[in-house]
Write a protein that binds this ligand. Structure first.
Ligand code: XIL
Length: 537
């Protein structure tokens, strides 16, 4: 008793759980969860609940679990994870839709047309199941599409469908859930190298074509004997500069067994470095650890002679790596405890039935860590939900409820996670949505040349208050212009009037949801006209 009394509590044990420190920075800290221990072990459940604000299913959302035979869907494991997360106010990252591994033989044996259809159907069913579930916020749409040398992996997907399966998968995911963040995920892409550069070029080109890639996942399966990717922050930042969110999706840091104090210390440094890199990149949403206890880790089964890759040992005791993650999230002994100044009162503009723009006078930060961005909250009583985050002094809020009063305020945050006081409130009321279905279309010319142009995207939005199951967009081609091709819709022409009908996979739109299609046109040399008069029904 006496000895126990004299033992000092470590700072980690005495301090708040990881998720609390991460939240103060506007980031998540997550863990991959396995359904077995989640239903069988109280210690596992307790740590998962207390420490993490985000979860990924380690296996339960993979194709072999969700659609083991064609058209036979099984969501029991996936639902268990989602329900657990909902109960614990955690967000779920869906992992993974299209991958060469853990995909049943029936998929791999299909011919091209059937495989593309099966892929689109799988995405539509799996993403669609959780599209209106606020817990599931993001998806790994494609996983591990590259070889380590930066070539496309010659998986059965690539060999059967060519590279186009990637864009098709993202479009199908967007059609199934217009709000989810859609990610491309891979390993050995943490530093700047041939593989991460190939990924960078692919993401850049897909986005230029209007393919909805919103996010890049760096798995982060590291090993202390291979060294730390010292340019991880620089690498994340170059992706962030493309306009995507970045995240570390599967962090674990293995070692050659047996474990010892020196290896634990190196491992802790690696964990701290990864958290610090994410802290330093505004577009980094957070870090997911691939499990949390060495009792359940894929490492010993996969990398012979290696293990101890996580932040709790087999007996659920915190390791030095836990303290490193904790202190990096908490800001450690960081000298910056000065919060940014309070943002100005937000003003609302462009208020529609489901969106609004807020703008406020920027904060300044004098504590040393620098202004990192703003959190926008809705005033609702005991806990005010966060409506969004912005790195600038303006935000476009989407997904709002029609005909509803919103009282909102803004807090600034700095690089050390200090939050400013609340700004004064702004109050606005969304417009009442049209009753029943409604639909709007806007076409954007992406690229044009002397005798042709590409219109991409034509964004089709369900502007009504209830779901629609199909749409028809019409528009007019200038005289002498002819269609040369189209995608993600079926186009027919009558004179210069073009009628575009939804494809099989993008007709269902929830209220407020959007999808898109595109087309290419040939025109007389020197003519600079483009189509007009987009209407949607
Ligand atoms: C692993 C799981 O942890 C194991 O349980 C399973 O047997 C194999 O897959 N990259 C990924 C993850 O994207 O899905 C993998 O997860 C680890 C590597």
């Amino acid at each position: 008793m006496f000895v126990a009394f004299l033992l000092p509590a470590t700072s980690a044990q005495a301090s708040a759980p990881l998720r609390e420190h991460a939240a103060a920075r506007g980031k998540f800290i997550g863990a991959a969860l396995a359904t077995g221990p989640l239903s069988n072990e109280t210690s596992y459940r307790n740590i998962a609940t207390t420490e993490f604000s985000q979860v990924t299913a380690e296996n339960a959302m993979k194709w072999d679990a969700t659609e083991p035979s064609q058209g036979q869907f099984n969501f029991s494991g996936a639902d268990a994870i989602v329900n657990f997360a909902t109960q614990n106010n955690q967000q779920v990252h869906g992992h993974t839709l299209v991958w060469h591994s853990q995909t049943p033989g029936w998929v791999q044996g299909l011919g091209a047309t059937a495989m593309r259809t099966a892929m689109q159907n799988h995405i539509s069913q799996v993403v669609g199941r959780y599209a209106s579930n606020a817990t599931v916020v993001s998806w790994d749409v494609v996983n591990e599409v590259f070889d380590d040398n930066g070539n496309m992996r010659t998986s059965f997907w690539y060999n059967t469908l060519g590279q186009s399966y990637i864009a098709d998968a993202f479009r199908a995911a967007r059609a199934a859930d217009s709000n989810a963040r859609l990610c491309i995920n891979d390993y050995n892409v943490e530093g700047i190298n041939a593989k991460s550069t190939a990924m960078y070029n692919l993401v850049s080109s897909l986005r230029q074509q209007g393919v909805p890639v919103d996010c890049v996942g760096f798995q982060g399966h590291l090993a202390i004997q291979y060294g730390f990717p010292g340019d991880i922050q620089q690498n994340m930042q170059r992706f962030a500069d493309l306009g995507v969110q970045v995240r570390v999706t599967e962090l674990d840091i293995r070692m050659q067994m047996p474990r010892d104090t020196a290896k634990d210390t190196t491992q802790a440094t690696y964990y701290r470095n990864v958290i610090n890199a994410c802290n330093a990149v505004t577009a980094c949403a957070g870090v997911t650890i691939w499990g949390f206890t060495d009792k359940y880790s894929w490492v010993p089964d996969t990398f012979s002679g290696q293990g101890a890759a996580l932040i709790y040992d087999e007996n659920y005791q915190q390791k030095p790596s836990y303290t490193a993650v904790h202190d990096a999230l908490a800001g450690g002994s960081s000298s910056d405890t000065t919060p940014p100044t309070t943002p100005g009162t937000p003003t609302s503009s462009s208020v529609t039935s489901n969106s609004a723009t807020l703008t406020w006078t920027a904060s300044t930060d004098s504590g040393g860590s620098g202004l990192a961005g703003y959190n926008v909250y809705r005033e609702q009583g005991a806990t005010d939900p966060q409506l969004g985050q912005s790195s600038t002094n303006s935000i476009n809020l989407t997904g709002l409820t029609p005909n509803t009063q919103y009282q909102v305020y803004v807090r600034a945050r700095d690089g050390a996670g200090n939050l400013s006081a609340n700004s004064a409130l702004a109050t606005f009321t969304t417009q009442s949505g049209p009753v029943g279905g409604g639909c709007a279309a806007v076409g954007t010319v992406q690229n044009q040349w002397n005798n042709g142009y590409v219109v991409q995207p034509v964004t089709v939005t369900n502007s009504g208050s209830s779901a629609i199951t199909g749409w028809t967009v019409t528009f007019t081609l200038p005289a002498g212009h002819t269609l040369a091709g189209s995608w993600n819709a079926t186009l027919t022409t009558s004179g210069q009037t073009v009628t575009a009908r939804n494809a099989g996979y993008n007709g269902n739109l929830a209220a407020g949801a959007s999808t898109s299609f595109g087309f290419q046109v040939t025109r007389p040399s020197g003519d600079t006209q483009t189509p007009s008069g987009y209407t949607c029904a």
